[in-house]
Design a protein around this ligand. Structure first.
Ligand code: ADP
Ligand code: MG
Length: 551
């Protein structure tokens, strides 16, 4: 595309395939693309939310309830829809939970914005109002948040359980929440100023199939899913001297293509002797370092294995990179990158135990650094979804410990903020006032969808919730199991203030980004999708990776 000016008038020359959509059409197009994405994840929200089965182009199946996972697997190639996916990704990075809520709110903001645009309210007024409302809402989050101590195990458990509800982790949520709390407390250090720092680098999740989730366990140190490289090796040491090696313990091949000309049996012998000599030297270096355990990220030659076994050294080959990285933390060690220069400086003390039944090594450092959450699930799909749920729980508990602010869930906080936003709207002049009110309505999508997904009457319940907030107070939320209003805090439905602030901020920003666009100039065809039902003018959700119908 080239641009040039003619008599002060910009003239835009576009390619043959190029398409242009302007003003209202552009807004409609974008809004419906974004809403399509938001609607795709809505039905997963909350404890009664459903799961999605995602099949990628290779036929691999993912079954999940996790907002960001669904959107990432959907392979969306509509640029506006991608902005909404970014909301989920930002939420995941910043808060670790609340991705479905953030995306659903963004979609609802745009839906409400569309109504305002139809009433001929200018997009800039809507954008301004949304911005004011978003700022005010976040101030209210902070005002409404309750402080929680890092050692308040009971409350932290509620936070963990709330983030697990509706996920695969829910069935065993008490056992798992307990593990998560202990895991986080194990990697938390109190700073001098009284704050708490959670070092998640010291915590690793290891997944295994074949047992039920309830048998998951928290182990101190690292777990390495491997067996000794040679059957005659010892399988562990209470007084292990451990080496982490990122270099093959093999003969150095000068060049793979180098031909060795052997003209006599003597020469062959000499050549083999040389190789043997080289391996012997490498093993001698290990012996001299004082090590009795070697975790090698690369291969170990058969002969070297034999030498090591004879010396009573335990060696493991092809240890995963992530395991070596974690072992470095656990042992406070450095890796040996050149085995020929190994020394006693590289050796770290600890204990190594092998579970022959599970074929796992348990490795602990001398001052018990780091922990591993060993997660079990009956099958691969089960354990994968479990891991996503546990990751959310770990993130929210870590945030709660370091940030120290929590809120009532179950839609309570959204109804309260909406109420306060409506009060605030009275102080906002002009058309922005309508946008602030629209923002309040959008937040109430959360309790509405929680009710809908539980098969309850969302309109009646929203009326009840609003009433309860007028008369009873700020913690009135939805009991999705009975369809009544409850004190969500007392019911143990607790969320982090940080995740809520982030969800509101990123939803508002994404909505405003979409609303600012009044002109779409596309180098290609905008209507590439055949099975579009998003209702976007000119096609909408182009190419939802063959999943369109399943949503
Ligand atoms: P997200 O990706 O936004 O975290 P979830 O599917 O995890 O989506 O649902 C989170 C919502 O579910 C929050 O509004 C939370 O308060 C609500 N929630 C979680 N557990 C309960 C519960 N036991 N009762 C009512 N609401 C709950
Ligand atoms: Mg969640």
């Amino acid at each position: 595309m080239s641009q040039r000016m003619q008599q002060g008038q910009p003239m835009i020359i576009m390619g043959d395939d190029a398409q242009r959509v302007k003003d209202k059409d552009a807004q409609e197009y974008n809004i419906s693309a974004a809403r399509g994405v938001a609607e795709a994840v809505r039905s997963t929200l909350g404890p009664k939310g459903m799961d999605k089965m995602l099949v990628d182009s290779m036929g691999d199946v993912t079954i999940t309830n996790d907002g960001v996972t669904i959107l990432q697997e959907m392979d969306i190639d509509n640029p506006t829809a991608e902005m909404i996916v970014e909301v989920a990704e930002t939420q995941e990075d910043e808060a670790g939970d609340g991705t479905t809520s953030a995306v659903a709110i963004a979609g609802e903001l745009l839906k409400n914005a569309e109504d305002l645009l139809e009433q001929d309210i200018h997009p800039t007024a809507v954008i301004k109002g949304f911005k004011l409302a978003s700022e005010h809402a976040r101030d209210q989050v902070d005002e409404l948040a309750t402080g929680v101590d890092a050692d308040d195990t009971e409350t932290l458990k509620s936070v963990a359980e709330t983030s697990m509800t509706g996920k695969g982790a829910e069935l065993e949520k008490e056992v798992l929440a307990d593990l998560v709390i202990r895991a986080i407390q194990g990697v938390t250090v109190a700073a001098n100023d009284g704050s708490h720092v959670v070092d998640l680098a010291n915590l690793k999740i290891e997944t295994r199939t074949g047992r039920s989730a309830g048998q998951s366990d928290l182990l101190s140190g690292a777990v390495v899913d491997k067996i000794p490289v040679h059957k005659d090796m010892p399988t562990g040491f209470d007084d292990a001297e451990i080496l982490l090696v990122n270099d093959p313990i093999e003969v150095e091949e000068a060049d793979v293509d180098t031909a060795v000309n052997v003209e006599s049996p003597d020469q062959l012998q000499q050549f083999l002797d040389q190789e043997e000599e080289q391996l012997r030297e490498k093993v001698d270096g290990i012996i001299e370092s004082g090590a009795n355990v070697v975790f090698c990220q690369k291969g170990i030659d058969d002969l070297a294995q034999h030498y090591l076994a004879k010396e009573g050294i335990l060696a493991v080959r092809r240890t995963k990179k992530s395991d070596i990285e974690f072992l470095k933390n656990v042992l406070n060690a450095t890796t040996v990158t050149d085995i020929d220069s190994v020394s006693s400086d590289h050796v770290a003390p600890g204990t190594v135990r092998h579970d022959t039944e599970d074929e796992l090594f348990y490795v602990e450092g001398e001052d018990a650094h780091g922990a591993t959450l060993l997660l079990y699930g009956t099958t691969e799909h089960v354990v994968d979804e479990l891991e996503r749920g546990i990751n959310d729980a770990i993130d929210v508990v870590a945030t709660t410990v370091s940030d120290g602010r929590i809120l009532p869930g179950g839609g309570a906080i959204e109804v309260e903020i909406a109420r306060r936003l409506r009060d605030y709207a009275d102080s906002v002049s002009g058309r922005e006032q309508l946008a602030v009110e629209a923002f309040a309505d959008a937040l109430e999508l959360i309790p509405r969808v929680l009710a809908e997904n539980a098969g309850l009457d969302s309109i009646d319940l929203l009326v009840d919730l609003r009433g309860a907030h007028e008369s009873e107070g700020t913690n009135a939320g939805l009991d999705v199991y009975t369809g009544t209003v409850e004190d969500s805090f007392e019911a143990g439905v607790v969320e982090t203030a940080h995740a809520k602030e982030q969800a509101i901020a990123s939803a508002a920003e994404a909505a405003n980004l979409v609303l600012k666009i009044d002109d779409i100039i596309s180098a290609g065809d905008l209507s590439t999708s055949s099975d579009d039902d998003g209702g976007a003018p000119g096609g909408g959700m182009g190419g939802m990776g063959g999943m369109g119908g399943a949503m």
